[in-house]
Ligand binder design. Structure first.
Ligand SMILES: *Cc1c(COP(=O)(O)O)cnc(C)c1O
Length: 221
């Protein structure tokens, strides 16, 4: 199928599976494709682009400069690489420790900008390298809230590769409930976004309240 048809299919699914389709944003994950393909994605009306590697993101940004787009960083971000993307990044989905949040805040301040961020949560408790575990997050929240040049807008998670759909649904549901709980306890309603759902599981994520879905494979097949 063409990219256009793939985008149309995903947009139809958003209408069908989400209870609030007007709140759902499609992020085209570009890690598999070159700039010609990315241009085709942009020309078909998807302006949010997601990359998970700093160096490649930087190269693509340099080539795509003139086009109207909006970069989201979705991968594991090392502190010492924040400076390479701070100038052009809009949103970072993968805050998993206070030291990273502080570095983003500091660099954003130098550039006089505010970066949107999501807290990545290890909700499936699979491998501890992806995302906050809850105890750690609770410990960091007060400090996170003091950082003025990041705007915490929501939570993100990645589901494991599994055929067990109930397990995936359960994790997405717990992420939504955690957002509601954190909003009540600490954030006073400022958490509005749930970044969850990829090619294999985005329909479940939509049913469970995703507001960002991050799609790669299904756009280019
Ligand atoms: C690659 C990637 C995606 C997209 O995955 P697909 O299965 O190709 O849709 C989404 N989120 C993150 C963090 C990724 O690294």
């Amino acid at each position: 199928m063409s990219i256009r048809e793939n985008i149309d299919k995903i947009r139809t699914d958003i209408e069908q599976y989400s209870k609030n389709p007007q709140n759902v944003k499609l992020i085209a994950v570009t890690k598999y494709v070159n700039c010609d393909i990315i241009k085709e994605v942009l020309e078909n009306g998807v302006s949010l682009l997601g990359e998970n590697k700093v160096q490649i993101l930087k190269e693509k940004e340099e080539k795509l400069k003139i086009l109207d787009k909006n970069w989201h960083f979705i991968g594991n971000l090392q502190k010492n690489k924040v400076k390479y993307i701070i100038e052009f990044i809009d949103t970072i989905h993968s805050i998993n420790k206070i030291s990273l949040a502080k570095e983003i805040d500091k660099r954003a301040k130098e550039k006089n900008k505010i970066i949107n961020v999501l807290l990545e949560i290890n909700i499936f408790e699979e491998d501890s390298k992806h995302g906050y575990i809850l105890q750690e997050l609770e410990k960091d929240i007060e400090e996170l809230l003091k950082l003025k040049n990041i705007k915490i807008i929501g939570l993100m998670c990645m589901a494991p590769h599994t055929e067990d759909k109930d397990k995936i649904r359960d994790g997405f549901k717990r992420l939504r409930l955690l957002k509601d709980d954190l909003n009540k306890k600490y954030f006073n309603g400022i958490l509005t976004e749930l970044s969850m759902g990829m090619s294999n599981d985005y329909k479940i994520a939509l049913e469970e309240g995703a507001t960002y879905i991050r799609i790669g494979t299904n756009l280019y097949k």
